[in-house]
Design a protein around this ligand. Structure first.
Ligand code: PEP
Ligand code: MG
Length: 760
């Protein structure tokens, strides 16, 4: 059963059009269950009826023409009940409804299964049989399993307008005007522009094992890919013919030989004959040769493993049809991709990047954080977006509500242009606050600092009036390289920040890789990366990495009056703090011994694991400051992966449990007289800033882009009012209730300009 199921899903997913996908589906199901009829009915969202979308066994002439009204017939009963209905004799059922055009009168046995996506019935899958027979339990279970897998395919078709296209005579071609694709807000703001779809670089390690029955196709695909690579290599070699010495040019010949039938290509073919698909065969062969080269004594030959890998990637790129990296970007680029990563942004000139749309990820993915820092509107987790059809299509990106509109009509465009203008006007007003301190109307002074590092944009932060760096994510200098950056390389980067901000505080976090931040040269493969080797766990296991970084930080401050603070990520037990503090101390002594004049840095820990919340007092006693990383704290408290769009709706920083934890941490810090800050994204939101200020957080550290708005709020509210709001909020039961309440409170307090309110 499992293989049949897999085959059907594979067939359906690989079909060139949705119509053909449905045809394959009804064909395959009918065959594998040995029934006379299989049909699919799909909900027509506009009419709420069910379109007769595909059949084998009933009257195909009615396909695409006939629709069942709501509550009409057994099919809609399946939909109404949202559960399977299995009948021996359907014709005697009270909901049986005779429709002559469909031609189902001879069939008595009926099994209908709903197709449900995100709690919504999108369609019904039906099998029917002439003689009186009951479909048995295993058949029912089979259809239920199949339909659960079909659901996302159908939802996708619905979102892309493919279902509408099934309706005969509907003249809809391509993407409809003003079609809205929902995602989650990634970075606030609205923009309009042209979609540029980017694909990830080919990755051999990500190629799955897969068997094939169609050896012939796989072989011809391979041939085409290899020929293309040969052509490319010849082309490059001709380009370099004048400028490279002969022995270097010979390398290209070596490449070409490697692709010969009596070398790599032959071996790959053999494996395809053995039933492996082309990409899998390629991966196996490349891995094998890489390993044997790596094992060689001779350093020259050992290096050849890189060539084998390079060749493998080139072939894979063609197999996956990713020929060239994008190099041209229009002035109003909206970057669209299955999974946009921080490194993809580095290729695009900042002034051309107007928006970001990612099918995967959620508001707390690092690329979303980066987008906020760059002040580029972003929508994440737009799972239904048909990215393959989007290249060059006009888009509106609404980062406030997490919505994307394709092919906007003039009316839609005008509406959003108006909103863009309003935002720009407000931004200009906020400019005037730059030199003014963040003091509440009743006189409390707050510290509003910035998170930095993903962009490295120092001047922008100063422009926004930042009084310190609350979180310097040091991962970027590590990600940009193809090896660990040296002490001196790191020192220069850290120095630039300390110089720019001195004497203001600069809080540098020690390397926090693992989770969703990986280094190409230091791969970590784990089933649960967020629960794995991450942050301080990695650097304590590699003191050499930690020490180089700590020394670079300390040296960067030499001769300066900079206020360097070192912060430790992902702390889950006190012993980690002991060990890390000892390493920092050792680094300090070493630097002093080298004769440099440096100040002793403050050392603090991030509270981002629930364990740290419950040991906040002990932690506060051990260090100079606490800083809550609410992004991770939220994901760990709610057990919701911050990158997974499926559960993005459950990720709520205003969840009562999270807010309670935040308050406990603040109280623990106060009790120990320790400075406490927060540098998660919550601090940069209007509601978050108000609640955190009421809890007594001394420092709110946020993206530079959010800072002016938060400062505006701080300057227009009383701490006593914020405290009253917090007291009410702490008695509430759900995040929704809290969000609504805070929204209303801010509007009533005359602060409505900072909360988006243009929705429908
Ligand atoms: C956090 O977890 O809240 C945080 C500030 O760190 P990062 O987002 O880099 O994990
Ligand atoms: Mg974190």
């Amino acid at each position: 059963m499992l293989t049949t199921l897999r085959r059907i899903i594979q067939d359906v997913s690989a079909a060139p059009t949705f119509r053909e996908a449905l045809e394959l589906l009804v064909h395959d199901v009918r065959e594998s269950l040995g029934t006379e009829v299989c049909s699919v009915y799909l909900r027509n969202i506009d009419t709420d009826g069910f379109l007769f979308a595909s059949t084998e066994g009933l009257n195909t002439d009615a396909v695409g023409k006939l629709s069942l009204g709501p509550h009409e017939g057994l099919v809609t009963l399946v939909a109404d009940r949202a559960e399977p209905i299995n009948l021996e004799d359907a014709t005697h059922h009270p909901r049986y409804h005779f429709i002559p055009e469909i031609g189902e009168e001879p069939f008595n046995a009926f099994l209908g299964v709903p197709v449900i996506h995100h709690r919504q019935v999108l369609g019904v899958l039906v099998v029917q049989q002439r003689e009186q027979r009951r479909f048995d339990e295993s058949e029912e279970a089979f259809l239920v399993t199949l339909s659960a897998q079909l659901a996302s395919i159908v939802a996708h078709a619905e979102a892309t307008g493919d279902i509408a296209k099934l309706i005969e005579h509907s003249a809809l071609e391509g993407l409809r005007r003003d079609t809205m694709f929902p995602g989650v807000p990634g970075a606030p703001g609205i923009s309009m522009g042209t979609a540029v779809v980017v694909h990830p670089a080919a990755n051999l390690d990500a190629v799955p094992e897969r068997t094939t029955d169609d050896v012939f196709t796989e072989l011809s695909v391979l041939d085409r890919a290899i020929n293309s690579v040969r052509r490319d290599i010849k082309h490059i070699s001709e380009q370099f013919a004048q400028s490279l010495p002969a022995e270097e040019l010979a390398l290209f010949d070596v490449y070409l030989h490697m692709l010969d039938d009596n070398a790599l290509a032959g071996e790959i073919r053999e494996r395809i004959h053995g039933g492996q698909w082309a990409q899998g065969a390629l991966r196996q062969v490349i891995r094998k040769h890489e390993r044997s080269f790596e094992a060689m004594e001779d350093p020259y030959l050992r290096e050849r493993s890189t060539d084998v890998r390079d060749l493998g990637l080139r072939v894979l790129a063609y197999l996956q049809d990713i020929r060239t990296k994008k190099t041209y970007f229009p002035d109003d680029t909206i970057l669209v991709g299955d999974e946009i990563t921080p490194s993809m942004l580095t290729n695009i000139p900042r002034e051309k990047l107007k928006g970001i749309v990612s099918v995967r990820g959620s508001s707390n993915s690092h690329v979303a954080i980066l987008a906020r820092a760059l002040d580029v509107p972003a929508v994440m987790g737009a799972v239904d977006l048909p990215i393959l059809e989007l290249d060059d299509v006009a888009l509106i990106v609404d980062g406030f509500y997490g919505e994307i509109f394709t092919n906007p009509s003039p009316a839609k465009t005008d509406h959003y242009q108006h909103l863009i203008d309003e935002e720009a006007e407000f931004a200009e007003e906020l400019e005037e606050l730059r030199e003014l301190p963040p003091v509440t109307m009743d006189g409390t002074r707050l510290a509003l600092w910035v998170n930095i590092g993903l962009t490295g944009d120092i001047s922008r932060s100063l422009d926004r009036g930042a009084e310190g760096i609350g979180l310097f994510r040091t991962e970027m200098p590590f990600m940009e390289k193809d090896r660990f950056p040296s002490e001196e390389e790191q020192r220069k980067i850290y120095r630039a920040h300390l110089e720019a901000f001195s004497p203001r505080p600069v809080t540098m976090r020690t390397l926090d890789v693992g989770g969703d931040k990986s280094l190409s040269y230091f791969p970590i493969a784990e089933d649960n990366p967020f629960l794995g080797w991450r942050g301080i766990r990695v650097t304590l296991d590699h003191p050499e990495i930690f020490m180089v970084q700590a020394r670079a930080m300390l040296k960067a401050n030499a001769g300066l009056d900079g206020d360097l603070r070192i912060m430790l990520p992902m702390i889950s037990s006190l012993s980690e703090v002991e060990e890390a503090k000892a390493l920092v101390e050792r680094a300090y002594v070493e630097v002093i011994e080298e004769g440099l004049v440096v100040r002793q840095p403050l050392v603090g820990v991030m509270v981002e694991v629930p364990a740290a919340v419950y040991q906040a007092r002990q932690l506060a006693r051990m260090v100079d400051f606490l800083a809550v990383g609410s992004n991770d704290l939220t994901q760990y408290m709610l057990a919701v992966d911050r990158n997974n769009p499926r559960v993005a709706e459950l990720y709520k920083e205003t969840h009562p449990a999270v807010l309670n934890a935040l308050r406990e941490v603040a109280k623990a810090a106060h009790a120990e007289d320790t400075y406490v800050g927060i540098c998660g994204e919550l601090a940069g939101t209007p509601q978050g800033a108000v609640l955190l200020m009421a809890m007594g957080y001394h420092v709110l550290s946020m993206n530079a882009a959010n800072l002016p708005k938060v400062k505006w709020i701080v300057r227009n509210i009383k701490l006593s009012d914020a405290r009253r709001m917090l007291a009410r909020v702490l008695r509430m039961d759900t995040a929704e209730e809290i969000e609504d309440f805070m929204m209303r409170q801010l509007v009533d307090a005359g602060l409505g300009r900072v909360v988006p309110s243009h929705h429908h």
